[in-house]
Design a binder for this molecule. Structure first.
Ligand SMILES: [Fe+2]
Ligand SMILES: [Fe+2]
Length: 300
């Protein structure tokens, strides 16, 4: 069965790695501009999705600090109290740190859609022997701030025409994740495939799928293929979000070839896509490529 269509969807980049006040608007893409109180960028992601036809709002992820998200939300005139659902793409701090602050600002209980693995005790063990961690989300702290945690392990309907993907099956032969991610369980370090990784997919009337990833640790191509499968819709209109190619440079050309084959109208790589992939996507898909920056609004 096909996912129902929706329309009048606006996606605003609230937090991203990149800021550029001088970007010019293009068709369907509004820019924040320089003549306003500036926005903040940081190594993190937060995207706001407004469904004007049904008066609903969703926030995907919450950035790396408690600073950028509240600052940018107020400049972008997005009121946390109007947000109906939060989706956490995965339990990495650059997507979760602003959550409690956001919930406090909303002053209400908000469903927070998340896979249970987001609460693993995470470590990053690098080849040179250095390590980073633990990264550990505190579910109680989220709940105290106003989260009603909704644990998902499969596709989840956020509203008619819009799904959280749940965990993304790893099907391509090249998107293998990275070696340095681990979680600790019962004193043991176990390789972490980041099974909590999920995105959001919207079926926009007359256009097709708009797919938004957090980090795409499952692989951006896997994410798109799975979005097509769970929605029953083949047409892909836009692929937006972190493509996580910054530590997988060998995957850049294959990813671009697969994206060309899929044929979206818009490609908006953000956050952890990495400079090499951004540069190559801009060269190889010049008509589809949109440079992501804080304050960018995509109108569908
Ligand atoms: Fe990330
Ligand atoms: Fe991540």
């Amino acid at each position: 069965m096909k996912l129902i269509e929706t329309n009048d969807v606006t996606i605003t980049t609230v937090v991203d790695n990149y800021s550029d006040a001088l970007l010019k608007p293009t068709e369907g893409v509004e820019r924040y501009g320089a003549n306003r109180d500036p926005l903040l960028a940081e190594h993190g992601l937060s995207m706001h999705i407004r469904f004007a036809a049904v008066g609903r709002e969703i926030l995907l992820d919450t950035g790396f600090t408690k600073v950028a998200l509240p600052h940018n939300l107020s400049r972008l005139e997005i009121d946390p109290a109007n947000v109906d659902q939060v989706v956490i793409s995965h339990g990495h701090r650059d997507h979760t740190t602003g959550l409690t602050e956001f919930l406090r600002m909303a002053r209400k209980t908000i469903p927070v859609v998340v896979h249970p693995d987001a609460f693993l005790e995470r470590w990053f063990l690098y080849a040179d022997g250095s390590r980073m961690g633990p990264w550990l989300e505190n579910a109680q702290e989220w709940e105290q701030a106003g989260a009603q945690i909704v644990c998902v392990e499969e596709p989840y309907e956020l509203l008619p025409g819009c799904l959280a993907t749940g965990p993304v099956p790893r099907r391509t032969d090249f998107e293998k994740g990275t070696a340095h991610r681990y979680y600790r369980k019962a004193g043991e370090m176990i390789h972490d495939p980041v099974n909590d990784d999920q995105g959001i997919v919207v079926n926009v009337k007359g256009k097709g799928l708009v797919i938004i990833s957090g980090c795409a640790h499952a692989g951006i191509v896997n994410t798109v293929l799975y979005a097509q499968e769970i929605t029953g819709v083949r047409e892909v209109h836009a692929v937006i979000g972190g493509f996580h190619l910054l530590d997988a440079p060998a995957n850049v050309e294959r990813t671009i070839a697969e994206l060309k084959r899929i044929g979206p109208t818009l490609v908006v790589p953000a956050h952890c896509t990495g400079f090499l992939a951004l540069r190559r996507l801009a060269v190889e898909m010049p008509n589809e490529f949109v440079l992501s920056a804080v304050g960018t609004k995509l109108l569908f």
